[in-house]
Each structure stands twice: as C-alpha cells, then as structure tokens.
Design a protein around this ligand. Structure first.
Ligand SMILES: C[S@@+](CC[C@H](N)C(=O)[O-])C[C@H]1O[C@@H](n2cnc3c(N)ncnc32)[C@H](O)[C@@H]1O
Length: 269
C-alpha cells in the first residue's frame, strides 16, 4: 500500500551506524526463510544502507550495474506509447536510478517510483529537481500497491522481486497494475544454472558482501544478505515460467554473468 508521496519527518536524517544494532542477536536465517518475517528484516536493512547504496552498487558491480540499468531503461522507453505520454511505475525504486533515467528520456510521461524504505525514498526525493517536474516518489509495498488495475504502460523492477517475502505475489501485483499490452522489465540476480559457477558466484558475493558490510556499517549481514537472498530466490528460467503463469505473454530474457543476472521483458496479456 502506498502511504504518502512525502517523506515522514526525520526520515531523511543521516542514519547512525548504531542503527545496524537492530540486527544484533537477530536470527537472520529464520527471518529470511520465513515470508511472514522477511520484510521486517529487509526494510530496516535498506534504511541502513540507503546513504551509501549508490556508491555500493557502482563499486560492487565494477560499473556493470549502470550498463544493465541503461539497457533496461532503453527497453522501457521503447515500450511506451508513441505520443510521448504514458504512465510508468518503478517499483522498489531505491534512490531512483531507473525512474530518473526513464524520465530523462521521456519528459512528458508520468513516472512514479515506490519503495518500502523511507530513507531510500528520501534520497530519491533529494535527487529530484526543485521545479516539480520529473518522477514522483512514494513509500509503498510492491506486493500491495493499492493502485488501480491496468493503470500503467510500463513497470520496471530493479533488484526488486528477490527482496519481497513472496516474489510470485509481487509478480501478480505488477501484472494487475499493468494495462493489457503493457510491459514489465525486471532486472535482478538469479541462481546461475551451472552448479560450479553458482557456487563460485555466491561465494564471491557472500565474502565480498560480508567484508563491505562490516567495513561500511559494522554488520556483515547488510551486504552479505545479497547471497542469502539469491539462495532463497530462483533461476532466470523459473522466473520466466512464473511470468507466463501470471498472465504475461511473450517473455524475453537476456542474461549476464552466465545467468547470475538477467533482464526479463514481458508483455501483459
Ligand atoms: C537492491 S535495492 C534496488 C533499488 C533500485 N531499484 C536499484 O535498482 O538501484 C532493493 C530495494 O527494494 C526495496 N524493497 C524491499 N521490499 C520492498 C517491498 N515489499 N516493496 C517495495 N520496495 C521494497 C528496498 O527498500 C530497496 O530499496
């Protein structure tokens, strides 16, 4: 449910790394393995990492994240109505990379970014122009958007569905708000099909994530989480199958890093 397009007072304040103490003594495995508890771990974690999130993604992906997002945003732009208008929704928008890239390319489209983390939304609003143009941002849950059926031409989801308690519920909700013929573009990490590469990929993400989480925030888990979340997620092929089961047709997928990353493009039937 989208709660407010403004930021609650105090949400933009720089978080103290002492915030990370919320994870002390927390049974992380139990939270991540239990859909009824996962969000209670994920949202505070993204609140903590929000101030350094952009720097982290750039460095941790060796610049590849920007390329994947450019690729996704270009596809999203092509999927919009020819008259230059239209409605675009970026779910789990974080600090707004995809929403801003899209809005720059389509200045006359209405662009809404939603995210569960108030601090991510606060960063996105800080990046917005002061003239009231550009994307709007709101705190909200992508699995219960509270937006009308069939109201968007394009929905983008950057590293979004892996982070929600039940990702198939997320797909269904995104399908609901897309108009028939509208397009979903989702970028995320997946379990690589090769077992050897999967083991290497997850080990790298686990070790590097733990080190950065510890050095930057004093808690390994805030970035070590990435590997945990991929283990609990799925493969790019399985994700394609789930899209087809949820009312999408013509699912196309482009993989990177031997299946560790994928962009799915799916048309709402
Ligand atoms: C890895 S970040 C991705 C941010 C941005 N899309 C990007 O690509 O840079 C994942 C985001 O998902 C958000 N998130 C997690 N659960 C969510 C939910 N149920 N609804 C909306 N956003 C959620 C987090 O707050 C976080 O900002």
């Amino acid at each position: 449910m989208i709660s407010d397009s403004r930021v609650p007072s105090g949400a933009a304040a720089a978080p103290d790394d002492a915030d990370a103490a919320v994870f002390d003594g927390l049974d992380v495995a139990a939270h991540l393995g239990d859909p009824t508890r996962k969000q209670a771990f994920v949202t505070p974690m993204f609140d903590i990492v929000a101030p350094r999130y952009d720097d982290f993604t750039r460095r941790f992906s060796f610049g590849m994240d920007a390329r994947w997002k450019r690729d996704l945003a270009a596809r999203a732009v092509c999927a919009m109505p020819a008259d230059g208008g239209g409605n675009m929704l970026d779910v789990a928008c974080g600090t707004g990379d995809l929403a801003f890239a899209f809005a720059r390319a389509r200045p006359h489209a209405r662009v809404l970014g939603i995210d569960a983390s108030t601090r991510m939304i606060a960063r996105a609003i800080e990046r917005s122009g002061v003239d009231g143009t550009g994307p709007r941002f709101a705190v909200g849950d992508l699995t219960v958007l509270g937006l009308p059926d069939a109201s968007f031409d394009v929905v983008t989801a950057g590293y979004a569905l892996r982070n929600v308690p039940v990702w198939r519920d997320g797909i269904r909700e995104l399908s609901r708000v897309l108009r028939p013929g509208g397009r979903l573009l989702a970028l995320d990490f997946y379990l690589p099909p090769s077992r050897l590469w999967r083991a290497l990929f997850l080990t790298y993400l686990q070790v590097a994530g733990n080190v950065v989480g510890w050095r930057w925030h004093g808690r390994a888990i805030v970035y070590g989480y990435i590997a945990h979340s991929i283990r609990a997620f799925t493969t790019a092929d399985d994700f394609s199958a789930a899209l087809l089961e949820s009312g999408f047709v013509e699912v196309r997928v482009r993989t990177y890093l031997a299946g560790g990353i994928a962009i799915h493009e799916a048309i709402r039937g």
